[in-house]
Design a protein around this ligand. Structure first.
Ligand code: ZN
Length: 415
């Protein structure tokens, strides 16, 4: 019913007709929210790049010149307090399919499930197969004690030593291969694991997927992006060390994996660790992957995103992102914090559209959460610049350790 009411509200604004054919091969559609539209249309540089614009009640779509994506990213991200802000839809070839996509984007996530205990905002997500009972108190604290910042430091040091991990740069490919190599080495002695470099057709950077096969086919995903960006001067030659954003997130994933191996843990569910490609340029890697999982009807019972974990804000240690996430799973994370890290100061906050890879899973109906460092107003000032280096956090992953511990609790309790 809601959907029918939405339809007549879709207003189509064609800004530059006649350019369709000429730009058919170099253009892409991106989606974003109303605030971003205001930014793009009021900026003289970016307003010229928009070939065509479709306005929905909540989200918009614009056809842009793919070669100018870097300028768009720069403008969108400079005015935002976090990563992301838009989603790139590489498979949309004409305006007809764009109109269809616009309608889909403005619909609540499918399929619809209504159950009395479901949070109002979650009612369009899949049925929750997860058990959020907290009963692993005998195990979780023991694992939490094993979290090693020394090991995490090494991961951050290495990953931030690449000149850039930009999705189009050769170093961006090398860095992903290195992550795959590390995760492969870590799990080499196990027979229940598989490591995969997942190729994305539109750009050279692969995503990395490490699978630990459980006795169940249902999947728990722990992820973070492997790429980096310098929005002051975007391109393959700019310096983008991305120590906090997001070498530290990969360090958290690697540490949780290390503890699984050290404790010879055999999961019930299938566990996947994913280092996503091309998050900084419209959450492209995760958007593609989540779509594939949804198409295959993979039963992902929970997704957690680690992106920006090592900067300690003055007021809060963790922000739980409230929009484009699953409130049921967020409640679960809140209980995990209360149970296992009661001294941690955290709060809920909105992050906006396409804020990080969790949004791709949420869009496909999966229960995803995004705990992130600090608050948006007090966020890391060096993010997306050449200055996002490890020395800014005093060469330590102390703050990221909070997230590794939360990840450990999430894994052990959800599994
Ligand atoms: Zn990031």
């Amino acid at each position: 019913m809601k959907l029918r009411a939405v339809k007549p509200l879709l207003i189509i604004t064609v800004i530059a007709l006649g350019f369709f054919n000429a730009y058919a091969t170099t253009s892409n559609w991106i989606s974003f929210d109303q605030t971003t539209w205001q930014q793009l249309s009021s900026n003289s540089k970016t307003s010229q790049l928009i070939r065509s614009h479709l306005k929905g009640p909540k989200l918009h779509l614009a056809q842009v010149d793919r070669r100018q994506l870097n300028l768009l990213t720069e403008v969108i991200q400079q005015e935002r307090e976090r990563c992301g802000g838009f989603v790139l839809h590489s498979k949309v070839s004409n305006k007809k399919s764009a109109t269809g996509l616009l309608e889909k984007l403005n619909k609540p996530t499918t399929p619809q499930v209504r159950k009395p205990q479901v949070h109002k905002r979650d009612k369009y997500l899949r049925k929750v197969d997860a058990d959020y009972t907290i009963n692993q108190q005998a195990v979780v604290p023991k694992w939490m004690e094993q979290v090693s910042t020394d090991r995490m430091d090494k991961t951050v040091l290495h990953l931030s030593s690449y000149k850039t991990r930009y999705y189009k740069a050769p170093e961006g490919v090398e860095a992903m291969k290195w992550i795959a190599q590390q995760w492969g080495k870590l799990t080499a002695k196990r027979t229940d694991t598989k490591i995969e470099l997942y190729d994305h057709k539109d750009y050279p950077q692969p995503s990395v997927i490490l699978t630990i096969k459980g006795s169940l086919d249902s999947v728990i995903i722990l992820g973070g992006h492997g790429d980096s960006i310098n929005t002051d001067d975007e391109g393959i030659h700019s310096h983008a060390p991305g120590a906090d954003d997001n070498a530290a997130g990969i360090a958290v994933l690697t540490e949780i994996l290390q503890l699984i191996v050290n404790n010879n843990y055999r999961p019930r569910h299938t566990i996947q660790f994913i280092a996503y490609a091309a998050e900084e340029v419209g959450i492209q890697g995760s958007y593609h992957l989540a779509k594939v999982y949804a198409k295959r009807r993979t039963n992902v019972i929970g997704v957690i995103q680690f992106d920006g974990v090592n900067y300690k804000g003055p007021s809060y240690d963790i922000t739980l992102v409230k929009d484009y996430t699953s409130q049921q799973q967020n409640d679960f994370l809140a209980s995990l914090l209360t149970t296992y890290q009661p001294d941690i100061k955290w709060r809920y906050e909105l992050c906006g559209y396409g804020c990080s890879d969790h949004a791709a899973w949420n869009y496909n109906g999966y229960h995803a959460s995004y705990p992130v460092e600090s608050t948006a107003a007090e966020q890391n000032p060096y993010s997306h610049t050449a200055e996002d280096t490890f020395d800014k956090s005093g060469y330590t992953t102390d703050h990221a350790a909070i997230f590794a511990k939360l990840g450990v609790a999430y894994l052990l309790e959800l599994d």
